[in-house]
Design a binder for this molecule. Structure first.
Ligand SMILES: Nc1nc2c(ncn2[C@@H]2O[C@H](COP(=O)(O)OP(=O)(O)OP(=O)(O)O)[C@@H](O)[C@H]2O)c(=O)[nH]1
Ligand SMILES: [Mg+2]
Length: 346
């Protein structure tokens, strides 16, 4: 089941976070060429129309098409020294702590109208600043937690104190490498291995980190061990294009790719009125998706009839799928696969 799928936006002021939220969600958002134009957190829903959902809809031709979505949260920009109270961003890190993944937006555009924190536009430098601040903020939590646990004099705490200590040491090393520009030595992605055992501490470094370079093309090869996936878009250009001709193809492709990188899969349902796409975590079982579709299904479920999208598109109708014997029956404990079309029988 998908729990807590919000993706947090993180970056220096004027890097394009609010522009990104506007682009993917089309909600009114404070976008302005001055720093700290975002003063509070803001959530937005980005609907994702995959090519697969569109193909299915061309066959079902239902009046309604309902798309799955990703949720984003925009917060004020972080600046260097945030962990010591500089700027606004640090106060908002708690919003990012509630997210499953973080999207770091780094600026790679020059625009005299849009001041930047540093005089030279250098995404690498911005990434180093942000990651360093994130590490400092987490280190503060780790140090406090270790002290608190030590004071409890409980031998059951020994293991967790050790793990926190191990991570703290690795974070110290990472800060040193970052300050020396030795990005290839910072295995930021590795911190996610602590995610399960340290989940109660809501650390940021253990989350899934993604990067978006906003603006000109940038060589991303240096950043492979820092982020699960890196993207390069010109957000303003994309937003202008969207507002001019309403073309959402590029954005949809990007969002769908992001969903798969977040280890989601898409499945479909349809009836006479509605064709719907849904995201669920990879390795979800039929039992996990029942309450998403209808709370009544949890009790009344008998069996699921399942056809792959490819088979459905080839056969052309559910009836034809039946004749071709491509309908599979799945019980509660069967896995849902990407692009399954599912009919729940009650
Ligand atoms: N030239 C250019 N301008 C951009 C681009 N992306 C964003 N901008 C502009 O940069 C300014 C700041 O963008 P925002 O999206 O508000 O930046 P932010 O990261 O939310 O900023 P804060 O909320 O202050 O942290 C706006 O005037 C945008 O129109 C881009 O790719 N190129
Ligand atoms: Mg903003």
């Amino acid at each position: 089941m998908i729990k807590n799928l919000t993706i947090g936006l993180c970056g220096l002021p004027n890097s394009g976070k609010s522009t990104f939220l506007k682009l993917v969600t089309n909600i009114d958002n404070a976008i302005a060429p001055h720093m700290f134009s975002t003063l509070e957190s803001k959530e937005g829903i980005a609907f994702v129309c995959s090519q697969n959902l569109r193909s299915l809809h061309t066959l079902t031709k239902t009046e309604k098409l309902v798309m799955p979505y990703l949720k984003f949260i925009d917060v004020p920009g972080l600046i260097q020294g945030a962990h010591q109270g500089q700027g606004l961003g640090n106060e908002f890190l708690s919003y990012l702590r509630g997210c499953k993944a973080i999207f770091l937006i780094a600026r790679n555009f020059f625009d005299i109208q849009v001041p930047s924190v540093n005089i030279v536009i250098d995404p690498l430098n911005d990434i180093i600043t942000i990651l360093t601040e994130i590490i400092f903020a987490d280190k503060a939590i780790i140090d406090k937690s270790i002290n608190k646990l030590l004071k409890e004099h409980n031998k059951d705490n020994k293991k967790i104190i050790e793990i926190l200590g191990e991570l703290a040491q690795e974070l110290d090393m990472a800060v040193e490498h970052l300050s020396n520009n030795n990005l290839d030595k910072v295995n930021f992605l590795q911190f996610s291995r602590f995610n399960d055992v340290l989940k109660d501490f809501n650390l940021l470094v253990t989350k899934k980190w993604f990067l978006l370079i906003n603006g000109l093309k940038y060589d991303l090869s240096l950043l492979e061990n820092l982020f699960i996936k890196t993207y390069n878009l010109d957000l303003k250009w994309e937003l202008d294009l969207l507002q001019e001709n309403g073309d959402v193809d590029n954005i949809n492709k990007f969002l769908y790719d992001l969903a798969l990188s977040l280890e989601l899969i898409e499945f479909f349902t349809f009836n006479n009125l509605i064709t719907q796409g849904w995201f669920t975590a990879k390795n979800s079982m039929i039992a996990d998706i029942l309450p998403m579709i209808h709370s009544d299904f949890v009790k009344s479920f008998k069996i699921a009839e399942v056809v792959s999208l490819d088979d459905f598109l080839r056969c052309g109708s559910w009836e034809a799928c039946r004749q071709e014997k491509v309908i599979r029956l799945k019980g509660r404990n069967s896995f849902v696969e990407n692009n399954d079309i599912i009919f729940i029988k009650i």
